[in-house]
Each structure stands twice: as C-alpha cells, then as structure tokens.
Design a binder for this molecule. Structure first.
Ligand SMILES: Nc1ncnc2c1ncn2[C@@H]1O[C@H](COP(=O)(O)OP(=O)(O)O)[C@@H](O)[C@H]1O
Ligand SMILES: [Mg+2]
Length: 374
C-alpha cells in the first residue's frame, strides 16, 4: 500500500485529547483531518477539518467518518467491534480491528501475553467473589476500564461480597509490590519497522497517571529488557501505529507486563517537546506509511497531568507555572472540569526537569489555589 498522499484525509475514531493531538500532528504533515465523537465541542472535533458528530461505538457513525476519510485510525482501544469493522470495511484502518479485539478485553490480552511467554502477574477469570483465590487481590472489569476505573482492590471476602464490580465479567490479579512503574512507547510502521522512545517512569495516583519522567531512572539492563518486551509484543500483535506497554519493575529487577495500550498514551506526552518526533506525529507517520521519525530526546523531560480537581476553586492560577525554564502548558479545550478528568498537562524539558519531578506537588498545590486575586 502506498503512503497516504499529502492533502488526503486521515480520519480518527474518537474526539478526546489524544485524537486532537494526533490531528494537529497530521495537519503539520500536510494531511486533512476528520474525527468522530458524540460531542461536537470535544477536543478533537474543535480542530479537525471534518468534524463528524456521532457515537464512536455506532457502526453507522463510523461509516460516516470512513466516507469522509481516505485512511482511518483511532485514539483508543475501547471502541465497539461493530464500529471498528464497519469503518474498516470502507477504508484502511490502522491498527487493525483484530489487534484491538485482543487488547480491549483484559482476559484475552492476558491470555495473549501468556501464550507468547511475556512475564505478568498471576491472574484468572472472575465472575464472582467465589472465583477469587486469595486476599488481597485486584479485580478488574474485562472491558471498558481506564484511569483506574472499573477496578478495585479486595482486602477480604467481605469486600468482595460488597461490590457491584461483578455486574460485568472480571479478571483477578495478584497485587504486585513494584519498585517502579515504567512504560515503553514505540511505533511500528506498516512495513514492520519499529522506533522506540526512551523508557518512561510513571507515578500513578488513585489509578490515574500523575506524572512521567523520561528517561526513567533505571539501569541500562532493565531499559534494554523493557524495550525488548515492548518490541516483541508489537510484533506478536502485528500492531501498526504507536503503542504503549506498561510494566512493573520488581525489587529484584524482574519486569512484569501490566497492560498494553495499542495507541498513543498519556505516558508518552513527554515526547511532545521532549523528543525530536512526538508520539502523535510518529503515530500519524506509522499509520500513513511515512518513514518513522527520530525518537531522540531533546533533554530530560517531566510531564505532569492536570486533572479537573484543580478547577475546584475556579480556573487554576496559571502564574504558578511562570518562570520555569523549558515549561510548556497544554490545555485540551474541554469546556467543563470534573474531578479525575484529564484537562491539561505541562511538560518541563531540559535542566529544570529533575527539579520539577520533586516539585510537582508544590506546583499543583499552587495551581489549585484558584485564580490569583488582585
Ligand atoms: N496487579 C497490580 N498490582 C499493583 N498495582 C496495580 C495492579 N494493577 C494495577 N495496579 C495499579 O493501578 C494502575 C491502573 O491499573 P491498570 O491495570 O493500568 O488500568 P488502567 O487501564 O486504568 O490504566 C496501575 O498503573 C497500577 O498503579
Ligand atoms: Mg494502565
């Protein structure tokens, strides 16, 4: 298949911040863009050439996006197979629905990892509390979980009998006492070529990504093993586009795969400004069939997520970000803030990054104090 020619339209299933940033990158490569979302004021629909309003799980809406596009991609994996297949029946879609089918269900994803020999924590299927092997244990819904939603830690049988999590089918996972969480972001092109970014180190709070730094503070040996795992996973899946592999680093140096996201990822936001090619441009390059760009870092980078909680006292006091060398604030254009909703992030690239990693909480406290009063 030939590369998508400049001036052609890349259509994106999903209209959130990830779709918006893919669209902006695609535009900078000379493409027209389209995106599908139920909300016409969603982050991506604000910036694309052809906004398509409709449910991302609705096959008819997916077909309307396909009709307006020459090539299709997606911003995340939790899209109904019916919509994916409808879109893919009209225009090429990368990554392929078959890749998404493996990943979108935690059980099939874990079975895929097991079959291919990737290390992961103990797990099993759980339809009810009776299926849990021991406590404490983590229970996750098989489908539609993200940002820590759809999962719960069960400390006892009482917990497990007092939850509505089993209203949908679940998996259980052994709790991992990790030293660090890391992720590998890579892109795999249509021809199988792979470009890997420096390993990122992640801090989560309440199951939501809080901050990322890259390169991760890990040994070269751990970094090399993490990269190898991520490459093999992309190859085993036959993935095309950017993908992220989240891993736990254990005290003895062992790595376990936590989960795979077959798309651009929050822990790769540092590449925007932090690397020669952002993950969003890289994704557009991979799916459009262009050569992949350099993943070299411009300097050490830190990314901090700004969640809706920071808006409790009104618009954050943005002056709290003033005067930090190499700092960039990126807002996603969401009209309303809710606790836990990803509203914006900032990155610090260069010499100030190391300090920012330690000072992020101080910065968030200052931002959250609300608008500066005169
Ligand atoms: N088995 C586990 N042991 C310890 N912590 C876990 C485990 N599973 C998840 N977590 C924590 O919860 C976070 C979110 O879980 P994850 O499976 O990545 O779901 P999501 O799709 O919401 O990102 C992880 O980044 C990690 O901090
Ligand atoms: Mg995760």
């Amino acid at each position: 298949m030939t590369p998508l020619a400049p001036g052609k339209t890349l259509g994106i299933l999903g209209g959130g911040q990830l779709g918006r940033l893919i669209a902006e990158a695609a535009k900078s490569l000379g493409y027209r863009t389209a995106a599908l979302d139920a909300a016409k004021d969603s982050p991506a629909l604000q910036v694309v050439d052809v906004p398509v309003v409709g449910g991302v799980d609705d096959p008819e809406a997916a077909k309307r996006l396909a009709a307006a596009s020459d090539l299709l991609t997606l911003e995340w994996e939790l899209i109904s197979p019916a919509a994916l297949n409808a879109a893919a029946s009209l225009k090429p879609l990368f990554p392929a629905p078959a890749v998404l089918a493996i990943i979108a269900d935690r059980l099939t994803q874990k079975n895929f990892l097991k079959k291919n020999g990737f290390p992961q924590t103990e797990y099993g299927e759980a339809a009810s509390a009776n299926d849990l092997p021991y406590y404490p244990v983590i229970v996750k819904r098989r489908r539609h979980g993200y940002d820590g939603k759809g999962q719960a830690r069960m400390n006892s049988a009482a917990d497990a009998h007092n939850t509505d999590i089993f209203a949908a089918s679940c998996v259980w996972e052994k709790l991992v006492s990790f030293n660090k969480e890391i992720s590998v972001i890579l892109a795999r092109g249509r021809g199988g070529e792979i470009a890997v970014y420096p390993v990122a180190e992640n801090l989560h709070r309440n199951g939501i990504l809080h901050a990322t730094r890259a390169p991760a503070e890990i040994s070269p040996d751990v970094a090399a093993r993490a990269e190898k795992i991520a490459r093999s996973a992309a190859e085993a899946l036959g993935h095309v586009g950017v993908m992220a592999v989240e891993m736990f680093l254990l005290p003895d140096g062992e790595l376990l795969v936590n989960e795979i996201a077959p798309r651009v990822h929050n822990s790769g936001h540092y590449t925007l400004g932090g690397c020669a090619t952002s993950q969003f441009e890289q994704h557009a390059r991979a799916v459009c069939g262009l050569p992949l760009g350099s993943t070299a870092m411009k300097g050490p980078a830190v990314m901090v997520n700004l969640l809706g909680d920071l808006w409790t006292n009104g618009t954050p006091d943005w002056s709290a970000l003033d005067g930090v060398q190499g700092l960039t604030l990126l807002q996603y254009g969401k009209a309303s803030a809710r606790p836990g909703r990803k509203m914006a992030h900032y990155t610090v690239v260069g010499a100030a990054a190391a300090d920012e990693w330690r000072r992020a909480d101080e910065r968030l406290a200052a931002l959250g104090r609300g608008p500066k009063r005169s």
